[in-house]
Design a protein around this ligand. Structure first.
Ligand code: NI
Length: 472
């Protein structure tokens, strides 16, 4: 006899997923699953299409992260065409990417997670949203809105459209940035670094006052992965893939094209999300985390001054060589927001983004190309095989949320074992179960290659019988 509890849908995450908690005869947690129930096969869909269409087509995989897919596809095309893109194009792609990371992180922190942090996990669910934050701390909510708008405006200035910019193409980008637009963005960004640093101070205060049940309910060991530059610094657009262990010690640092040598993927029948793992350690012990926490645990420094200062304060606060708390994803995310603002300003002050050569001509030279970037949620991999005419014969995507699948499942398990006792889940515990998932800011529409937003759920079951179910 066993019971199951299902959280369905998990709210305030991007996409649709479901948490199932199975109880044994004594009402104790026997098993948990975080699973994803919608599926649409984008990899199959692109087979037979001209590879040059990939930046535009794959941007439609997800309404939340179109820019990330566009850039990963464009990088793969550069490889297939065997071209080095011009300096200006490189910087313009990075600028687009920084706008995307900024707006996505601002959405995650201010809109989706700050309600729990500012109002409390046990606050009235009706008020636990961005409107509630607007009532409680209007300045914080307004700054969140300003930060997100700025990221969106950077994207819009480059691609004309906020959601699906057709900007990155094989061989470069479609056009350079208009100087007036660049100057307007510089002006718009003036106070944003101060906003973020004040928000980091606020978050540190919130963390300092949290009890262990709130701060440490999803703390556990994993490996960590992210791109790094040649000095081991934070990289979002380019660089080598670095994987470190639970102590922060180097396991691998490889060219992005060799990702398949170290990453294996396993399927489970109850989830459409695959489970990537570090091959060397095997499926059971090979979990690693990506995204803000994964990246900051993998890098040695950040190459912008204010973000690096915050990074040092952040690392000083760790109990060991790395941060294991899932809740610290929020802190790492804010530090990356600061990095994006500083990087955007540097790029906007660079003449190359206004006067550089936007692109070089391309034609198929190779039959395989891999594009890897650090999307807001973590490492995003696109790989294409093409025939001599440049038609896609095979495509493989590993999106950020998929890398975190094992870790998110571990988080749900850890939280359930700590809090769930008996056939019902109190509202604040239910919210904590969901918020483990929110730390990772999963994009489920992306990871299942499904289109559009879908909700998420929790169910409690015993012996196949549903005892409690929450859908909201
Ligand atoms: Ni997405």
């Amino acid at each position: 006899m066993s019971k199951k509890q299902v959280i369905d849908p998990v709210t305030r995450v991007e996409g649709h997923g479901k948490i199932t908690i199975e109880l044994d005869d004594d009402g104790q947690v026997e098993d948990t699953q975080f699973h994803v129930t919608e599926f649409r096969g984008f990899e199959e869909f692109v087979e037979g299409r001209p590879v040059w269409e990939m930046p535009e087509i794959t941007a439609r995989i997800c309404g939340i992260c179109p820019v990330s897919h566009q850039l990963a596809a464009a990088k793969a095309l550069d490889e297939i065409a065997d071209v080095e893109i011009p300096e200006g194009a490189y910087k313009l792609r990075e600028l687009l990417h920084m706008g995307q990371v900024l707006q996505s992180h601002a959405l995650s922190f201010f809109y989706l997670s700050s309600p729990d942090l500012v109002l409390g996990y046990d606050a009235d669910p009706e008020k636990r949203n961005i409107e509630g934050v607007l009532d409680e701390n209007p300045q914080l909510a307004e700054r969140g809105i300003d930060l997100r708008s700025f990221g969106q405006d950077v994207i819009a200035a480059l691609g004309d459209k906020k959601v699906h910019p057709d900007f990155a193409i094989g061989g470069g980008v479609t056009n350079t940035l208009d100087r007036e637009a660049g100057e307007a963005l510089l002006e718009q960004s003036e106070d944003l670094d101060t906003y973020v640093r004040e928000t980091i101070d606020l978050l540190r205060e919130i963390f300092a006052e949290m009890d262990d049940d709130t701060l440490d309910y999803a703390t556990y060991e994993t490996g960590y992965m992210g791109l790094v530059d040649s000095d081991g610094g934070l990289e979002h657009y380019d660089g080598d893939i670095r994987l470190v262990d639970e102590q922060g010690d180097l396991l691998e640092e490889i060219d992005d094209g060799e990702y398949a040598d170290i990453i294996g993927e396993r399927s489970k029948e109850w989830s459409y999300l695959k489970f990537p793992y570090y091959r060397e350690r095997g499926f059971e012990n090979g979990q690693y985390r990506v995204g803000p926490l994964g990246r900051l645990n993998a890098v040695e420094q950040l190459d912008t001054p204010q973000a690096n200062e915050e990074f040092e304060r952040y690392m000083d606060a760790a109990d060991g060589p790395v941060h294991e708390r899932s809740t610290y994803y929020h802190w790492a995310r804010l530090i990356e927001i600061l990095y994006c603002i500083e990087r955007i300003r540097e790029l906007l002050e660079d003449d190359d983004v206004y006067e550089g050569i936007p692109n070089v001509p391309t034609k198929p030279e190779k039959t395989n190309g891999v594009g890897v970037i650090e999307a807001p949620r973590g490492t995003l991999i696109h790989e294409y095989d093409v025939d001599d005419n440049g038609t896609v014969t095979n495509a493989d995507f590993i999106v950020a949320t998929t890398h975190n699948n094992g870790a998110m499942n571990k988080g749900v398990r850890t939280a359930a074992e700590r809090f769930v006792d008996g056939p019902e889940i109190p509202e604040d515990i239910l919210n904590k179960m969901e918020s483990v998932i929110r730390c990772y800011d999963p994009c489920l529409s992306c990871s299942t290659h499904a289109i559009g937003d879908m909700p998420l759920e929790v169910t409690l079951e015993q012996d196949g019988q549903v005892l409690d179910e929450v859908s909201r």
